[in-house]
Design a protein around this ligand. Structure first.
Ligand SMILES: [Zn+2]
Length: 88
């Protein structure tokens, strides 16, 4: 399964979009499909990191977090990325 098939299998639409540079990217769930929007203003390297970040939100089901838990969700993503980096 290549990356495109992986995204399709999980109903994830990955898009490079022209959005204000304050936002590196975001993920959105409409109840059926996921949209991952990655800011085209950033470097390839940053966009790979942002995509990994947003995919973790999806696989941790952070769309079902209670309001007010956003910071906790962000910390969980950062913790997973720190642990991933420590593997290498
Ligand atoms: Zn995040």
């Amino acid at each position: 399964m290549n990356f495109e098939d992986f995204l399709r299998f999980h109903n994830i639409n990955l898009n490079y979009v022209n959005i204000p540079s304050a936002v590196r990217g975001f993920a959105y769930y409409n109840g059926c499909n996921y949209l991952v929007a990655i800011n085209s203003k950033y470097s390839r390297e940053q966009n790979i990191k942002t995509t990994a970040h947003e995919l973790i939100h999806i696989f941790k089901n952070h769309f079902f977090c209670q309001k007010g838990d956003e910071e906790e969700c962000e910390e969980e993503v950062e913790q997973i990325i720190r642990e991933l980096k420590n593997k290498f």
